[in-house]
Write a protein that binds this ligand. Structure first.
Ligand code: ADP
Ligand code: ZN
Length: 290
């Protein structure tokens, strides 16, 4: 099988060719400009590679309900050029192959569950903490969609009593993304997040918010393992801080083998930034099977 994968992000479009076994033959990256600027190059790339199917993991919100009249659209995204853009339809018109569409973070969750650190588990989550916060949920061996798709980067958190920062999200005063994304850290401290590595207070507060979110996810979704990725998680000192705060907040309420070993339960991504593309290859494979 020759499969196409597209990880559609707000800053770049990563396009790759690979197979259902998780081999990536080649990969290119195109800046995310307007559809008129970015689409022709992507269509040309997948056309010349003679793919059998395409899997797309996209920034959102998106419409992924196949019965909907706007299926395959990027819908109410704040990235104006892409608002209400028929992404799947415009590929379908030119590629003549099956296409499967999901969120970028669901694709990453599927990549990890198929080839990475959550392989073999029927319930897991992937969370990216970068420019935004996004959450992919793999539960009972499939990606969770529900009404729209999870938008769990915007769950509301209790603010730390010492935190006077107003939050970065235009919709919520105290959501996870607004309090803990890379841009939130940068605005709160007035410095690039990667220059703050030595500031213990920065990562203690960051861990306080991440741990709260993970407790809420654990109690709601009941994942068997949680993977954390994205630019902010390059600060590896966060992992022990998050695990310690998580244990404190959970306060012994759940006593599963997974939660007895938080070094196992809360882990970094294992696929060196290929989790999204690998998930897209699996989406492409399932498009072909359908
Ligand atoms: P995106 O979310 O745009 O796909 P990233 O996951 O790389 O991209 O996230 C970018 C954000 O992560 C930026 O806000 C940046 O400040 C932050 N970031 C990137 N690298 C680091 C780092 N080493 N330490 C802390 N924060 C980082
Ligand atoms: Zn929000």
């Amino acid at each position: 099988m020759r499969l196409g994968a597209l990880e559609a992000g707000g800053t770049k479009m990563v396009c790759a060719i690979g197979d259902e076994k998780g081999n990536i033959f080649e990969k290119i990256s195109i800046p995310t400009l307007t559809p008129a600027d970015s689409m022709p190059e992507m269509i040309e790339y997948f056309s010349k590679n003679n793919i059998d199917a395409l899997g797309i993991g996209s920034f959102g919100p998106i419409d992924l309900h196949e019965s909907s009249s706007t299926y395959g659209y990027i819908t109410s995204t704040p990235k104006k050029a892409w608002t209400n853009y028929n992404l799947v339809g415009n590929f379908a018109k030119r590629l003549y192959c099956p296409i499967k569409f999901d969120t970028d973070t669901n694709a990453a969750a599927l990549g990890e569950a198929s080839f990475g650190i959550t392989k073999g588990l029927d319930a897991s989550m992937y969370i990216t903490i970068g420019t935004g916060v996004g959450v992919g949920i793999f539960v009972e061996n499939r990606l969770l969609h529900g009404m729209l798709h999870p938008e769990a980067g915007h769950i509301l958190l209790a603010k730390h009593p010492s935190d006077t920062y107003a939050g970065k999200c235009p919709f919520h005063d105290n959501c996870f993304e607004g309090l803990a994304s890379g841009p939130a850290i940068e605005e709160r401290y007035g410095a690039k997040a990667d220059t703050l590595a030595d500031r213990e207070d920065v990562w203690e507060l960051e861990a306080f918010y991440i741990a709260q979110a993970l407790v809420n996810y654990t109690l709601t979704v009941s994942p068997k393992r949680i993977v954390l990725g994205g630019g902010v998680m390059h600060q590896k000192q966060l992992f022990p801080l998050i695990r310690a705060q998580f244990a404190k907040m959970m306060n012994g309420y759940i006593k599963t083998k997974e939660l007895k070993n938080l070094d196992y339960f809360i882990v970094p991504s294992s696929l060196r930034d290929n989790q999204g593309i690998l998930g897209c290859l699996k989406l492409a494979e399932s498009a072909l099977k359908n």
